[in-house]
Design a protein around this ligand. Structure first.
Ligand code: HEM
Length: 964
């Protein structure tokens, strides 16, 4: 064990050392190597914050990286080769790539991100469900971080499966309950049946004391915000109209997102576009969030209604009621009302003492996640009895989902059919009538309709292939096993329709998780460190180096996974898991030494279905039961991604022509279904695949979402401003405001609104002027105040000189400071103009993902130790591993310098919409605009690929189309 560690440390120190092109860089690298690794922080206030020492910055990015250290943003983005080809360093004579400037830059970035992940796991897990005290104090001699079982995660009396899991005694899921993903999500973790199931409390990633700043429950919150905050303070509709509205030079061509009559292609709703990310990516993430979390029950909130602002604004720092003229100018609606968010508990939380400090046992209020937190495709298959009744199975083969023919359109995919519509007997909200039948039908548009149909087809294609193999070799072992007779082979012909349905669900869920991890995210974060990082989450860093991979896996599972020591169970587990990757972790068990055994043909894998420690053995919750935190929802409020108009194209005519501009709002609810059936999956795929999505930035929300009709509310206006609602919901659920949010997550605070402006030398002066214009509005909306240096405002961090952070944020006492502490978190991350190369999201959002994206893999046994044929069948394992039934298929060339497999979503699209093959042949990542030339190393250029030169989208900024 010690030997292994030494070996790894030596290897890792090489990553940051070596020969550099400049003598100064060489010296800096030598110093860094000599000093060695930074210590993982013992105290919250000492954490890393993404800022490195001068020598480290110089070694990894030369002078430029050193200069930019003074900014509040993380340093790794300034290292060599972390951007496009212009950021690559000088050639070097070293053959070992990790010693070259580019290698040092990329490895350095990965190390920084790993430090952040370790410290996030250490300082940012706050379970609301009653386990936090144990987490902090430990239990029965076991460090809190190493705890694996919690009473709070027992199935309560009254649940149907109570006796089956052990009732009053030790609870352990077994039998039918552990074979597949259960409807309500129970029994993913055998020893914590309730974890991740529907209706569990959202967790937090911030100290409980930092939640609900509006309530002013503690002195720090009062010092931080004075009396400036409230549910409607500052006014959410004013924030929306001033800071979120997309400006239009020709409003009559946009008409608040309704476009022009006849869906004319002359319509234009201008929006700021991301050149490297398409509209399919926007709807993908909405499709994902519907799987992961929801605060609503059956599309509704509580029965109480509340106003949503459009009442007051700050004028020179003083709140003044809006006049009718001002209301008309802003375009907001004082009569809008919304149903209040559900709150699970709002009594005062209990407290406990530890090392002289008092801690809360939960946040001041809590809320529930009404769907399963698992990545289990619950939006397709259901998360409770009601939603399951909406899922229609094919009466001819109940292993399949029901898909029906809808047209005589050309295209081979058409024969695969479309989801059927809801029937009047289905348990639905009246507003969902006319939509395709599926488990999660809320906020349905063409985008959600698209993915639900695609994955329903994929489900059925898996079943078809299984049935084909079963017909060809009926007696062959399917791989599947039944806990009742664990040693009995289940032949292909013996797999029941119900079993096959559940296997297909497992496969589709894993495919979705894979697409998200190695296809969507690397395009969202389009640079080399994140390409490597995301691939290492899935496959491991040492793919293709089996011996190293096996060594790492052994260290992770055998040593750290089973440890009762906090450091091993948490920090080291996280670092070393990068080696083998999280997916499939612990799904093989060898008697002796894993390193040799894995490659010794005489040794056998002794993983056994009968052994709960094998079935459950690959998971790690880091001492805190898994659920998403409230803060995770906040950073997924990605409404600006959505364009107002879809640039509609047709695959069997010239795909370079935009034929119509179809308003997304005209595809809301049942009209999405009509639009899907009229135009077909292939045309929608092509249209959304080629169109760029909206940048996540200020003044870029869809106009239609600010004016969305929600008749269910039965209010005077019948409308709601979803952008304003994003602000209100976060306030109702007590998300800390932006600056404290950053401090809590271990990022540097900002000290004025001007810090948002991107000061890097390469920024176009026009772009900088636009940022400065927006910052002025930010200051106008949130205001300033005279600061008081005697008021300490946070317990999460201290100043560089170890003094407490005060209301003055380093400015002189009594001076006027920006109310940066009051900025709503969504507003803050949208205002982050300074971002790492190729980042469609801000670094603040990314920080939340580093923690939670890994955790939802770490905690799920179906992605780790239960990724096995006993659950997935042999075909299922093959399908997930190779992105389908055809074996490994490699992409031509070496995109961004890597040999890559044909991506998982591209494979899904090729199967489910085969008529798109000629278009898909050109793409490497299905979320990169389909006609864009990816060009060189992580280029963000908006340039047509060969064959798409006539595509109007490449003409001018917005690609105005001529009527065909
Ligand atoms: C294009 C059509 C969309 C429509 C019509 C829509 C509509 C809505 C509405 C009405 C709500 C408020 C629910 C409430 O709190 O009462 C909401 C919440 C939300 N939306 Fe969207 N949205 C759309 C797209 C997206 C996209 C692309 C994302 C990207 C991830 C997204 C993420 C969210 C999130 C995270 C919430 C909070 C959910 C919760 O509180 O549990 N939405 N959306």
């Amino acid at each position: 064990m010690k030997k292994n560690l030494c070996w790894l440390l030596v290897g890792a120190s090489l990553l940051v050392s070596g020969c550099a092109s400049e003598p100064g860089d060489i010296f800096a690298c030598a110093k860094v190597t000599w000093i060695g690794f930074r210590k993982v922080a013992d105290e919250r206030a000492e954490r890393f914050q993404g800022k490195v020492q001068e020598d480290t910055a110089r070694c990894r990015g030369s002078d430029e990286a050193v200069k930019l250290r003074s900014l509040p943003w993380v340093d790794w983005q300034n290292y060599w080769a972390t951007g496009d080809s212009a950021t690559k360093g000088p050639e070097s004579f070293w053959r070992f790539k990790h010693l070259n400037p580019n290698g040092r830059g990329i490895d350095g970035a990965l190390l920084d991100i790993e430090y952040q992940r370790i410290e996030l796991l250490k300082f940012n897990l706050f379970d609301n469900g009653g386990t936090y005290k144990d987490y902090l104090l430990g239990r029965a001699g076991i460090d809190g971080v190493a705890l694996k079982v919690w009473n709070e995660m027992r199935l309560p009396k009254g649940r149907a499966q109570y006796q089956a899991v052990g009732g009053d005694g030790t609870q352990l899921c077994q039998g039918e309950l552990i074979r597949f993903r259960t409807l309500s999500g129970i029994c993913n973790d055998l020893r914590n049946p309730l974890m991740g199931s529907s209706g569990q409390l959202f967790a937090r990633n911030v100290q409980f004391e930092a939640t609900f700043p509006d309530l002013g429950k503690n002195e720090l919150a009062r010092n931080r915000h004075g009396d400036r905050l409230g549910l409607l303070k500052p006014d959410p509709q004013v924030i929306s109209r001033k800071l979120f509205t997309r400006g239009q030079t020709a409003p009559d061509k946009c008409r608040d997102g309704h476009g022009m009559p006849g869906y004319s292609a002359d319509a234009e709703c201008e929006y700021k576009r991301a050149p490297f990310f398409n509209v399919l990516a926007a709807f993908w993430i909405q499709f994902m969030t519907h799987d992961w979390f929801s605060h609503l029950e059956e599309g509704r909130n509580s029965s109480q209604m509340t106003s949503v602002g459009c009442a007051a604004q700050l004028i020179n720092g003083v709140e003044k009621p809006l006049t009718p003229d001002e209301i008309a100018k802003l375009g907001c609606r004082p009569a809008d009302k919304i149903d209040k968010s559900f709150i699970a508990e709002d009594s005062d939380p209990q407290t406990f003492g530890h090392k002289g400090k008092t801690y809360l046992t939960r946040s001041y209020k809590t809320t529930r996640n009404t769907v399963t937190a698992w990545w289990d495709a619950s939006q397709l298959y259901g998360y409770d009895e009601t939603s399951r009744r909406r899922v229609k199975r094919d009466p001819k083969d109940s292993a399949k989902l029901l898909l029906v023919p809808v047209s005589q359109r050309a295209g081979n995919g058409e024969r695969l059919g479309y989801l059927p519509l809801f029937e009047s007997s289905d348990p639905i909200n009246p507003q969902w009538a006319g939509q395709e039948a599926t488990a999660f039908p809320d906020n349905w548009t063409i985008g959600t309709s698209f993915y639900h149909n695609v994955f329903a087809r994929e489900h059925n294609l898996f079943v078809d292939e299984f049935r084909r193999r079963a017909a060809a070799k009926p007696d062959e072992d399917s791989g599947l096993r039944n806990l009742a007779r664990p040693d009995a082979v289940i032949r292909l012909k013996d797999v029941s329709a119900d079993e096959l349905f559940e296997v297909a669900r497992l496969v589709v869920s894993a495919e979705i998780a894979k697409i998200h991890t190695i296809e969507w995210t690397p395009q969202l974060l389009y640079d080399e460190p994140l390409y490597l990082g995301m691939n290492s989450n899935w496959h491991g860093l040492f793919r293709g180096h089996p011996l190293v991979e096996a060594a790492m896996e052994k260290i992770v599972v055998n040593n750290f996974g089973e440890s009762t020591d906090a450091k091993k169970a948490g920090q080291w587990y996280s670092v070393f898991v990068v080696g083998p990757g999280i997916f499939g972790l612990g799904n093989k068990v060898y008697k002796d030494d894993a390193i040799i055994a894995k490659y010794d043909p005489k040794k056998t894998d002794i993983w056994s279905l009968k052994n709960p420690d094998h079935v459950n053995g690959g998971i790690n919750h880091f001492g805190s039961p898994f659920n998403f935190p409230e803060e995770f929802v906040t950073v997924y409020r990605l409404h600006p991604l959505v364009p107002d108009l879809v640039e509609y194209r047709e695959w069997d005519k010239d795909p370079n022509v935009i034929r119509n501009k179809i308003p997304v709002v005209e595809t809301f609810r049942g009209r999405a279904t009509e639009a899907m059936r009229q135009q077909g999956l292939a045309n929608w795929a092509l249209s959304m695949g080629r169109q760029r999505l909206g940048l996540l930035t200020l003044q870029n929300h869809p106009r239609f979402l600010q004016n969305l009709e929600l008749p269910r509310l039965r209010t005077a206006t019948g409308k709601i401003d979803v952008a304003a609602l994003d602000i209100i919901r976060d306030r109702e659920r007590g998300v800390p405001r932006f600056n404290e949010f950053r401090r809590q997550y271990g990022l540097k605070q900002l000290t004025s609104f001007d810090d948002f402006v991107d000061r890097r030398p390469a920024v176009d002066p026009k772009e900088r002027a636009e940022q400065e214009r927006l910052i002025k509005i930010l200051r106008e909306v949130y205001g300033q105040h005279k600061c008081d240096a005697s008021k300490v405002i946070t317990a999460a961090q201290v100043n560089d000189d170890r003094t407490p952070i005060t209301d003055c944020l380093g400015h002189p006492n009594g001076s006027m400071v920006d109310n940066i502490e009051d900025v709503d978190t969504v507003v803050g991350w949208l205002a982050e103009f300074h971002r790492p190369h190729g980042f469609a999201i801000s670094e603040t959002q990314f920080q939340v993902f580093i923690l939670n994206a890994s955790r939802r893999l770490y905690s799920d046994r179906f992605f780790t130790s239960s990724f096995r044929p006993e659950f997935y069948t042999h075909l299922g394992v093959e399908w997930v591993t190779n992105n389908g039934p055809t074996g490994v298929v490699k992409e031509n060339g070496r995109p961004n310098g890597h040999e890559v497999e044909v991506s998982p979503l591209k494979q899904v699209l090729l199967r489910t919409i085969p008529e798109l093959k000629p278009e898909l042949d050109h793409i490497v990542n299905a979320f990169d605009p389909w006609a864009r030339d990816r060009s060189e190393y992580y280029s963000l250029e908006w340039k047509a690929r060969k064959g798409a030169e006539s595509d109007v989208a490449f003409k001018g900024q917005n690609g105005r189309a001529k009527t065909p």
